[in-house]
Design a protein around this ligand. Structure first.
Ligand code: AOF
Ligand code: ZN
Length: 359
């Protein structure tokens, strides 16, 4: 919470601090609001925060509504400044337009972090505020906002999900032993973190070999959150039915070149052999899947790296050495964003410099 000290901040610095808070609140929606963006809102009266809110669940009230409802003395609203991390919406969707709400309250000024790429909103939300005589300042902490909602912005711009590659490698850069066994390279804390990530992304993907040899459940067990959509690549539909990915415990899509069908929570999507991945992204775009975490194996990871079809990579490096085995993927056009210890491992996060410019 920002308290007394904000009274003494110069204007620009105060705007940054309040927008930082709006972005922090927005982040609380992670894993619950997709395919909507994460949005936070802070209402300030005379240098004091009098209301806060964020978009908490898909289909639920928007950030501005929650923030306005949290204000105890609504008489203060007309004298208040509003900091919202996304351009207030201008359309009747699951809720009425937030721009109308703020315009009706006749708030003093609205500070915005990012414009909304949604064609129903883009520019129209700001215009509604201006038409109501409300001052608008947009673009505050724009880069931070783009990063927070990189899945949402990337999805709308590129018309495909945001793709996160994830793998664990040994200190000597092997992803598996010679027999394909890749279990237990990373430590328990790293594996827990992967479960948190699964709850944050809309879908997780594995290739045939990983589904077969590791038999992963691809659900969220070591963390609290929703299970992602499971995506399995099995071009010739040769995977045996006893595998966990077929247990119907959570929605699963099998991408193949053989058939198209839907039974219970198991969906088969037929892709063209020569356009396999593009067909997958097109299908996921239609399903409004904003993000996919690719959990292996080596072939899928290497294929995606070779065609430059990834946005972010999260690589755990353990202190084990195998001496020989299957080489870990090597990223191309990668820029390291961070490097931090996770238990006994080192976690390195990279972004793809080529696709990042397009977000
Ligand atoms: C806002 N504040 O907190 C969010 C906004 O279906 P609906 O009614 O929930 O509308 C979803 C769209 O509204 C979404 O695609 C995006 O353009 C915008 N999200 N806008 O003013 C919010 N979450
Ligand atoms: Zn809204």
């Amino acid at each position: 919470m920002i308290r007394k000290k904000d009274l003494f901040l110069p204007p620009m610095e105060k705007d940054i601090v309040y927008m930082q808070r709006a972005l922090q609140l927005a982040g609380l929606g992670m894993g619950y609001v997709s395919p909507n963006p994460m949005v936070g809102c802070v209402i300030v009266h005379n240098g004091k925060i009098i209301g806060e809110g964020w978009h908490q669940a898909y289909g639920g009230p928007h950030a501005e509504v929650n923030a306005v409802n949290s204000v105890e003395n609504s008489d203060l609203l007309a004298e208040s400044e509003v900091y919202v991390s996304l351009e207030p919406c201008a359309h009747y969707g699951k809720t009425p337009p937030c721009a109308d709400l703020l315009a009706g309250l006749k708030v003093k000024k609205v500070f915005i972090c990012n414009d909304d790429p949604n064609p129903l909103v883009a520019g129209k939300g700001i215009q509604k505020l201006l038409n109501a005589g409300i001052e608008v300042d947009s673009g505050i902490l724009k880069e931070e906002g783009l990063h927070l909602n990189r899945r949402f912005f990337g999805f709308h711009k590129n018309k495909r999900p945001y793709i996160i590659l994830k793998w664990a490698q040994t200190a000597d850069h092997y992803i598996a032993r010679e027999n394909g066994d890749s279990k237990w390279i990373s430590c328990e804390l790293s594996r827990t973190l992967v479960h948190k990530w699964r709850a944050e992304e809309d879908a997780v993907m594995v290739g045939k070999q990983t589904a077969l040899h590791d038999d992963p459940a691809l659900n969220v067990r070591m963390w609290k959150g929703k299970d992602p959509l499971r995506l399995v690549i099995d071009r010739h539909l040769s995977l045996p039915a006893h595998l966990k990915v077929f247990d119907r415990s959570q929605p699963t899509v099998l991408y193949n070149t053989v058939r198209e069908s839907e039974e219970e929570s198991l969906t088969y999507v037929k892709c063209r052999n020569d356009n396999f991945f593009q067909d997958i992204w097109d299908d996921l775009y239609k399903r409004k899947i904003l993000s996919v975490m690719v959990e292996g194996g080596t072939m899928v990871l290497n294929n995606l790296i070779a065609i430059g079809m990834w946005d972010e990579a999260r690589v755990f490096q353990s202190n084990l050495s195998f001496g020989k085995g299957i080489a870990a993927p090597r990223l191309v056009s990668a820029r390291q964003l961070s490097r931090e210890p996770i238990g006994d491992d080192l976690l390195m996060i990279y972004q793809n410099d080529n696709t990042w410019q397009r977000i």
